[in-house]
Ligand binder design. Structure first.
Ligand code: MG
Length: 260
């Protein structure tokens, strides 16, 4: 069921968006060559506790998960792109890292992800990251009253295809509200003018993710982490946004923190 939020409810969602933005900015700044993924998760735990927020991940156990997630952040490195379960791995020079974080504040959820390279970046990784960021910007631009979900999907895919990347539609954006995953599903490819009409009050997480040379995933033996089938690297950019009468409102915007 698709739920629409009143302007007052969207205002109530702002603290969750701001908290998720601040956590991602903090963790990104702290993550460098030599950082262990378990340290990132521990730091995220501390930030959640300090803020009195609630993790959306720790007890999360959907049909595709082997067991409850047990951690509070997804850390996906290199050929891992989605749902990376933090484990004992120390980041090396040139690693491509995705941090995906969702939390609930005052009963409202926000969900956001960022990809970046620690140490010396490879050009092809920067191009991949730039493409998911541009696809997210295009998705947000398309999230206006009068458009449909398919317009967002088509905008994402056009950016990917323009750079020669293919698109997987198994995992994509989703409604966000009292819980992390709701309707509608927002695939990263689709037909303009099709799908659910975007109305003021719709709150969705938009999340383009692409792999360098494939669109096929395999699940890691940990039961969660999704990797490219061919070992190529992945990037993922996500924001929670509200469709409003005044245009899209990015609830998890980090720009006010002076970071991207
Ligand atoms: Mg999401």
């Amino acid at each position: 069921m698709i739920e629409l939020r009143t302007p007052a409810e969207i205002d109530q969602m702002r603290p969750a968006g701001r908290f998720v933005a601040e956590v991602l900015a903090t963790l990104r700044a702290d993550t460098r060559v030599g950082t262990n993924l378990l340290t990132i998760d521990k730091r995220a735990h501390e930030l959640i506790r300090k803020a009195g927020a609630e993790s959306c991940y720790i007890d999360y156990h959907p049909s595709f998960g082997a067991s409850p997630f047990g951690k509070v952040i997804c850390t996906s490195v290199n050929d891992a792109v989605l749902h990376g379960l933090p484990h004992d791995y120390t980041l090396r020079d040139g690693d491509l890292v995705t941090l995906d974080f969702a939390a609930s504040v005052d009963g409202w959820v926000a969900d956001s992800a960022v990809s970046f390279v620690v140490g010396t970046p490879r050009d092809e990784d920067l191009r991949l990251i730039d493409t998911t960021e541009r696809a997210l910007a295009a998705a947000i631009d398309a999230a206006t009253v009068g458009h449909r979900v398919g317009d967002i999907s088509a905008a994402v895919a056009a950016v990917a295809h323009g750079e020669g990347y293919s698109v997987n539609t198994d995992f994509g954006g989703h409604g966000v509200g009292r819980v992390m995953h709701g309707d509608p599903h927002v695939p990263n490819d689709g037909k303009p003018g099709r799908g659910f009409p975007l109305r003021a009050g719709l709150v969705v997480a938009l999340e383009p993710w692409f792999l360098a040379t494939t669109d096929e995933l395999v699940t890691d033996p940990d039961g969660w982490t999704l990797r490219s089938v061919d070992g190529s690297r992945g990037s993922h950019s996500e924001h929670t946004i509200a469709v409003t009468a005044d245009g899209p409102l990015v609830l998890t915007d980090r720009s006010f923190l002076g970071v991207d």
